[in-house]
Design a protein around this ligand. Sequence first.
Ligand code: ZN
Length: 449
Amino acid sequence: MDMKPTHILIALFSTLPYLFAASGTKAGVAKVEITPRGPIWMAGYAARTKPSEGASPIWAKALALQDSKGMTAVIVTTDLIGLPRSVTDVVAARVIEKYKLERNQIVFNSSHTHTGPVVANNLWIMGPQEPVQKRIVEEYTNNLKDQLTTVIGAALGAMQPAALAFDYGEVGFAINRRVVTPKEVLLDVNPAGPVDHKVPVLRVVAPNGQVLAVLFGYACHNTTLTAEFYTITGDYAGYAQAGVEKAFPGATALFMQLCGGDQNPNPRSKPELAEQHGAALAAEVGRVVKTKMQPVTGRLKSVYQTTELPFAPHTSEQYTKDLQDKNVFKQRRAAAMLALYKEGREPRKLQYPVQVIRFDKGFTLVALGGEVVIDYSLWVQRTFAGERLMVAGYSNEVACYIPSARVLREGGYEAVDSMIYYGQPGPFTEEVEPRIQEAVTKAMSRVKK
Ligand SMILES: [Zn+2]
């Protein structure tokens, strides 16, 4: 290629933001395609009546980070609805054994795409009920466990010196979806409801200036594509990652779903809107990556702990009654609950995972389990205002929605109805909020020690 001096100058100048400052930090990144090989039941909408038809690629990716003392953490992202513990526990156990890591050094996140395959027993009440379809999901899940183990190993094996930097962008397509009326809480658009439009971005650059990885997140359901779409896709988050990878050739883009439990993309329900939201997010991430950004340095520490979230009291009588309900999903949940009652194992609380991964300077990832509503993220950001925060939901286990006390008081889908599809008993008590706040506070003080 013929390069005029001005072009060379521009080429040099365009790499300036990534000038390498040696800090002893290392990083490795890897990705693996996890697109189902054939038709499979899709996750996220109870209204679906048949398996998928066609697919565009979806991915699992791993970003391994290491401080100058050799302390490591691996962030795994997936273009999937939500990983249950039956997947993450197995993969974590394998990785712990094989690579001598501890559980607190691995975090799994799901993008919550609603045009992805069903994974294991996640949302099983609305999943396939026929043996053939169940077997396809089981095969997919077993393969996925191998692929996740492999991709983590590949990221660890690719470790090289890297400069990390973190900053925030902002995009506006997420909207609060809970419309509280005197009669009920509707799933619609609520421009007055709480949102968080921030886009946290972690940039990973090699000594030669090459952008190796871009980790970014957004708090918004990955549901531009609604129940009538049967093609496997990563939805807006899939398009956003593809867009960032196109803008930075050779880089791997990883998307984390933040606390988007009560947030929807707006507008939605058209394929071109998923592309449009993805493009908007990719453009903003790209803009941030090209700025100077704040360096991430110092010691890396990680903490993983669980806290118990209490379900509201329930009795076998109410589920016996639900067996006669017109709603088939309520019937299924009731049958499952009664079976557990019979064994004396009816669930009274949820073991809830809270994880924090933190560099001394510049980056703190708070990763919460479940479909976390935005109130929790806003609380973390208010309470730990001095931290450079990325507050993710959908991490390590997605067992159900995680409503705040406010959302529980208001009621509606995230508080009550969604529990049916997850096969969980009735709502939580308002105690969930102080329990989670306490767990985050404790984890935060442990990583800061
Ligand atoms: Zn959801």
